[in-house]
Design a protein around this ligand. Structure first.
Ligand SMILES: *Cc1c(COP(=O)(O)O)cnc(C)c1O
Length: 370
C-alpha cells in the first residue's frame, strides 16, 4: 500500500466541474486583479473569522509581513515568536529589520508558552505572533493579557488553522490581526500561492489594503512604501468553490484524528504520544502529529512500507544558521528542541480511508512491537 501525506488529486476530481467553470468565468470576464472573486472570498473568510475585514494578499508570509507593518512595527523593534514554527513566522519580522525574539513552547500543544513570552518582553517589544500550530489555537487569553499589560500588538499566525476555534471564539478574531495562508497543502488550499489578512479594526485593514498595492492611496499617490502583494483573482475563484467545503473537510479531519487515536492507543499507548487537544479548543488537524522515540528510524521504516510522513519541524528557528547573529545556542529552549527530535506527522487529509489508517498503524506496531 502507498499512502501519501495528502491527496489533492482526488479532491480536484470531485470539484473539477465547478472549479473549471469558475476559472472560465474569470477568463471570460478578464478581470484578473482584485475583482469580484477576491471580494467574495474576503467577505466569506472575514465572516468565518467573525471579524469585519478581509484583505487578500499574495501569500501567508506577506500577510504576516504586511500585518506587522500595519501594526507599526519598525526596524529595531522586537517581536516575540515561537521558536517551533514554520520559518515564515520569524522571517516576516526580519524582513522589516525588526528582531524576532524566540520563546519556548508548551510541550503538550506545541504552541507558544505564555510564561516564556512574559520572560522575553522588553522595552523594545512591539508585538507577539502566536502560531496556531497544526490547527490548534494557542493559549490566547493568557497571551492577550500579557499584550494588554505591555501595550503590544497581537498578530495571529493562523496559516494552519482556518476554521479552528478557541473557547467558543474563532481563530482570526483572537488578536488585533490574523494571517491565513492558502498554500495548496493548507486546509483551504489554492492552486498556487495565496493568503489573507483579517481584522476587526478598520484602520489596520485599511493600512493593509494600501500596503498590498504599493502604498498607493488614492491611485498613484504614495505616502508609504508598499508592495505588490495581491491575492490573484484566479486563485480566489478556486478558493470560493472550495470554501463551501471547508467546515465539512475540517470535521472529517477531526474524525480521522480520532480514528488514529483509538487505533494507536489500542497497543501503542505506552510508546506513542497522540495529539493533545485542549478542552477549550476545536482542533482542525492541519497535521496529525505524534511524539515517538527513535523518530528518524521510524520514518525510514514507514517509507520502506509505503507510508509517507513529514517532520514539522526538524530544527527550531533559534538554531537556524540565518539567525546565528542573534546569539542563541542549543539548550536555550529545551521544550522546543525536544519536540524537534520527537515529532512526526502522519498522512492526514479529508479523503483518507479507514483501511489506509489501519495500514499506517499496523506499520507503527510492526516497528515498535516487533
Ligand atoms: C504556511 C505557513 C506560513 C506561510 O504561508 P505561505 O502562504 O506559504 O507564505 C506561515 N506560517 C505558518 C505557520 C505556516 O504554516
Amino acid at each position: 500500500m502507498n499512502i501519501p501525506m495528502l491527496d489533492l488529486k482526488e479532491q480536484y476530481q470531485t470539484l473539477k466541474y465547478d472549479i473549471n467553470a469558475a476559472l472560465e468565468e474569470v477568463m471570460a470576464s478578464s478581470q484578473f486583479i482584485l475583482g469580484q472573486n477576491v471580494k467574495k472570498l474576503e467577505k466569506d473568510v472575514a465572516n468565518l473569522s467573525n471579524v469585519s475585514h478581509g484583505v487578500g494578499v499574495a501569500n501567508g508570509s506577506d500577510a504576516l509581513h504586511l500585518s506587522l507593518l500595519a501594526c507599526g512595527v519598525e526596524p529595531g523593534d522586537e517581536v516575540i515568536v515561537p521558536t517551533f514554527t514554520f520559518f515564515a513566522t520569524a522571517g516576516a519580522v526580519s524582513r522589516i529589520g525588526a528582531t524576532p525574539v524566540f520563546a519556548d513552547i508548551d510541550p503538550k500543544t506545541f504552541n507558544i508558552d505564555p510564561q516564556s513570552i512574559k520572560a522575553r518582553v522588553t522595552e523594545r517589544t512591539k508585538a507577539i505572533i502566536p502560531v496556531h500550530l497544526y490547527g490548534q489555537a494557542a493559549d490566547m487569553d493568557s497571551i492577550n493579557e500579557i499584550a494588554q499589560k505591555n501595550g503590544l500588538s497581537v498578530v495571529e499566525d493562523a496559516a494552519q488553522a482556518i476554521g479552528s476555534e478557541y473557547r467558543g471564539r474563532h481563530v482570526g478574531e483572537l488578536g488585533d490581526m490574523a494571517c491565513y495562508s492558502f498554500f495548496p497543502t493548507k486546509n483551504l488550499g489554492a492552486y498556487g500561492d495565496a493568503g489573507m489578512i483579517v481584522s476587526d479594526q478598520e484602520s489596520l485593514a485599511e493600512k493593509s489594503r494600501v500596503l498590498r498595492v504599493h502604498g498607493s492611496k488614492p491611485k498613484y499617490h504614495h505616502h508609504v512604501l508598499g508592495y505588490n502583494s495581491r491575492l490573484d483573482e484566479m486563485q480566489a475563484a478556486i478558493l470560493n468553490v472550495k470554501f463551501e467545503y471547508l467546515n465539512q473537510w475540517n470535521e472529517l479531519r477531526r474524525q480521522k484524528a480520532e480514528q488514529y487515536n483509538s487505533l494507536i492507543n489500542e497497543k501503542l499507548a505506552d510508546v506513542i504520544q497522540t495529539p493533545y487537544e485542549d478542552d477549550n479548543n476545536y482542533h482542525i488537524y492541519h497535521q496529525y502529529t505524534i511524539r515517538v522515540p527513535r523518530r528518524d528510524e521510524l520514518q525510514a521504516f514507514l517509507k520502506e512500507k509505503g507510508v509517507a510522513s513529514m517532520i514539522y519541524y526538524p530544527i527550531p528557528l533559534h538554531l537556524q544558521p540565518v539567525f546565528k547573529d542573534l546569539g542563541y545556542k542549543k539548550g536555550d529552549f529545551p521544550k522546543a528542541e525536544e519536540a524537534c527530535d520527537e515529532v512526526i506527522s502522519l498522512p492526514m487529509f479529508p479523503e483518507l480511508q479507514q483501511d489506509q489508517q489501519e495500514y499506517v498503524v499496523k506499520q507503527l506496531e510492526a516497528f515498535f512491537l516487533r
